[in-house]
Design a protein around this ligand. Structure first.
Ligand code: KG4
Ligand code: ZN
Length: 361
């Protein structure tokens, strides 16, 4: 079949597929970082009734929409399946049912088209996502803050990650979600808290757990409990109180991030003494918060570092970051091989180690 009009013959197009949790996502990008499609079907409405993601409902929904979403991504760009040169699919961490739908779909397509298929670690997708939109060279520091993870890593190169620290309990995004629930705000909690915090006062001095420790580990459960107590003590919860609690929570999270990045910068200096100005990438859903971005931007300016953030649509779960991680592997001549689905899979340990405990929920 002839190449469609939309694609230059020199481009190498990759399709990204993401189905690890409650979003089905398909993206098509090329080696020049052009994003043709970055489409997402969110299942939030399906799970809201149950107060959390129901794995069976998630898997069924992925199965129902994945074909249509892929067809839409292609046809909307005057592309056909034959224009796709490779595929990248999330192979973990995440919910087994959703991962199976995505990986089976990807491998079937790749088999029919006789093209390579890369199994991507979802966290690696987030960590490399910043390079899709910015020319940020290796090595760089990453603060990954999402609904299931909160960790700081040194990124030495593709597939070469060193963990400086991670959360011992809840993730940052999870904290926003749980507090938003207590405040009767909508799900996901992060955007609702950010909105509520506008023009509010940071009057509550909530705890900043583990900031007295000279390491990069996080803990958010004490912060969550303190806010829960504050809410239970309040006679009424009016809009101004909700706003003030939201603003105080955001400030506590910023302070925790800054403390931990301070230690990470010192570790990074020891590991890469030749690096003058340290590039810091803030990635994952929480990175779409403008208050946190601005605060960390100021912090970096004062600490001889430079902050890079993906655009909001690349911060929250999407398939463009999975496609990009696939292209990064391809450009580094990693071989696409048989894909093993790994519901638990950290990025800083060898892939063979399947027994480690991931913080994904
Ligand atoms: O990266 P992501 O889309 O999914 C995971 O891999 O977990 O992150 C989702 C998390 C949710 O907890 C959500 O509340 C949080 O990111 N989030 C935000 C904002 N937008 C999404 N947190 C704070 N401020 C936001 N604007
Ligand atoms: Zn994610």
């Amino acid at each position: 079949m002839a190449l469609s009009q939309a694609k230059k013959s020199s481009d190498s197009l990759i399709m990204g597929i993401e189905s690890s949790c409650d979003e089905t996502a398909i993206a098509i990008i090329d080696t020049d970082k052009k994003i043709y499609a970055n489409d997402i079907f969110s299942q939030i409405d399906l799970h809201q009734l149950y107060g959390g993601v129901v794995p069976e409902i998630a898997a069924r929904s992925h199965l129902e929409v994945i074909h249509q979403l892929a067809e839409y991504a292609l046809s909307n760009n005057n592309l056909t399946l034959q224009d796709i040169d490779s595929i990248a699919v999330t192979a973990g961490p995440g919910l087994m049912g959703g991962l199976m739908v995505g990986v089976n779909f990807a491998q079937t397509l790749a088999g029919i088209l006789d093209i390579p298929c890369y199994g991507i670690n979802h966290l690696e997708g987030h960590v490399l996502s910043v390079r899709l939109e910015h020319d940020i060279p290796f090595p760089y520091l990453v603060l990954l803050a999402s609904g299931g993870h909160c960790q700081i890593l040194a990124v030495r190169g593709v597939g070469n990650y060193h963990l400086y620290g991670a959360t011992l309990d809840d993730a940052a995004g999870e904290t926003f979600d749980k507090i938003a629930n207590l405040l009767n705000l909508s799900y996901p909690g992060g955007p609702a808290i950010e909105q509520a915090a506008k023009n509010a006062q940071q009057i509550f001095d909530f705890p900043r757990p583990l900031t007295d420790k000279a390491n990069c580990d996080f803990s958010f459960s004490g912060l969550k409990s303190a806010i829960r107590r504050k809410i239970l003590q309040a006679d009424t919860l009016d809009a101004q109180q909700v706003a003030n609690i939201s603003a105080s929570l955001q400030q506590a999270v910023v302070d925790i991030f800054q403390h931990k990045l301070q230690h990470a910068i010192a570790f990074f200096h020891d590991d890469f003494p030749e690096q003058q100005k340290i590039p810091i990438a803030l990635v994952g859903g929480v990175a779409s918060n403008q208050f946190i971005r601005q605060s960390l931007n100021d912090f970096c300016a004062q600490n001889n570092a430079e902050l890079y953030c993906p655009s909001p649509k690349i911060c929250t779960d999407n398939a463009a970051m999975i496609a990009w991680a696939g292209l990064e592997q391809q450009m580094n001549e990693h071989q696409a091989s048989t894909i093993t689905i790994r519901p638990r899979w950290s990025i800083h340990q060898p892939q063979e180690n399947l027994t480690e405990v991931s913080h994904y929920v």
